[in-house]
Design a protein around this ligand. Structure first.
Ligand code: FAD
Ligand code: MG
Length: 338
């Protein structure tokens, strides 16, 4: 497993998750990161809470088993190794993610593109082997990227990548999707309120046992882990942060992060972090990455066109760009620079 992601959005309540507060909390490592589930204990027995959390973790594990590129036998890995060779039967959840990703690709002019897999592989950001590839390598890799090269046959239930060597990476959408699936399981099990946090992809539902909203903090992209630039009360919303401080490396004083511009083949720059609020976690997750790729000006213009999203962006120079409820909110200053 590579370096575990720390939580770009900080669950402020974690320290107070003792039983006496009416909360149940459990953390597991899945998808290479920490997943924390926090539940309102109201009306539930200890066994009922443990079962509900277990059911939610099982949904997340299912996403991991189907969609991990770190597992050679996952459904997604089999689609990737068969690129240019043969269509592969795909689980409906994999097809749902690919459909959702295509929607985000089309609304962003391809800034979001799950076929970045080959570029992710040549940069190896997040591993000890991370390095700046030669311009020739980038040039050779770029033609393999392009979301329109994914063929989904819904009738047959298959996915086919047209180009040999192409590959799909769902790293920017499937953690959000997993949060959505986990919350659905918790509601089915009768939980009244809670939080599912797949690292920085968080979904909250209902309220705290005292009837107040859950409180979520946003990580300072240049501060120590756990330092926040803003706190916001949330009910029935998803929030995701994409940042350049999670998986990155420095070369000649320049920071290279794991979010890649599919048009240039190089890591995106111009923003330190993007936080997106939306109803669904898959959308908040994928749009955080999308806006990060687009850079400040284009991202802000796109955010203004989508009132279903509320966005907080911090540029490289520490400037705040905000829409929705983030506008006018007190945000702690972030120093400019790498
Ligand atoms: P986000 O901004 O949400 O996503 C960035 C990631 O999306 C990149 O790392 C890349 O994979 C992809 N991406 C980059 N550019 C683009 C683009 N332009 N368009 C679309 N996608 C892009 N990590 C491990 O170390 N070990 C594991 O075992 C492991 N298993 C995983 C299993 C699953 C099912 C998933 C979804 C992820 C797994 N990860 C694992 C990956 C890890 O958790 C990722 O770093 C994480 O998904 C990136 O999320 P983020 O919130 O930091 O960034
Ligand atoms: Mg994301």
């Amino acid at each position: 497993m590579k370096k575990l992601l720390y939580l770009p959005i900080v669950l402020l309540l974690i320290a107070s998750c003792a039983r006496g507060n009416g909360l149940y909390t459990e953390t597991r490592v899945i998808m290479g990161t920490y997943i924390t589930i926090t539940l309102d204990r109201s009306g539930m027995t200890d066994d009922g809470l443990a079962k509900a959390a277990g059911d939610a973790f099982a949904r997340i594990t299912k996403v991991d088993n189907l969609m991990s590129t770190y597992k050679p036998m996952s459904n997604l890995s089999r689609i990737n190794t068969n690129s240019g060779i043969a269509p592969i039967l795909a689980d409906p959840e994999v097809i749902e993610n690919i459909d959702d990703a295509s929607y985000v690709s089309s609304l962003s002019g391809g800034a979001f593109d799950i076929t970045v897999g080959p570029l992710v592989n040549v940069w190896e950001i997040g591993s000890k082997k991370a390095h700046v590839p030669s311009p020739e390598t980038i040039k050779k890799t770029l033609p393999l990227v392009g979301w329109r090269g994914i063929v989904v046959d819904k009738k047959a239930g298959t996915v086919f990548l047209k180009k040999r060597g192409a590959s799909i990476d769902l790293g920017a959408i499937a953690k959000g999707y997993a949060s959505d699936r986990a919350v659905a399981a918790l509601l089915e099990d009768g939980i009244k309120g809670g939080i599912v946090a797949c690292a920085g992809d968080i979904k909250v539902f209902g309220k705290k046992p005292d009837g107040s909203a859950w409180s979520v903090g946003i990580q300072n992209p240049r501060g120590p882990e756990g330092s926040v630039i803003a706190k916001l009360p949330l009910t029935d919303m998803a929030i995701s942060t994409s940042g350049d401080y999670e998986r990155y490396f420095f070369n000649d004083g320049k920071r290279y992060c794991h979010i890649i511009d599919p048009h240039t083949g190089y890591p995106a720059s111009g923003l330190m972090s993007v936080t997106v609020l939306a109803k669904d976690s898959w959308l908040a997750d994928s749009m955080g990455t999308t806006l990060f790729v687009l850079g400040p000006a284009k991202a802000y213009a796109l955010a203004l066109k989508h009132p279903e999203l509320e966005v907080l962006m911090i540029t490289d120079s520490g400037k705040i760009l905000a829409t929705g409820r983030f506008k006018g909110m007190k945000i702690a200053p972030v120093p400019a620079g790498s």
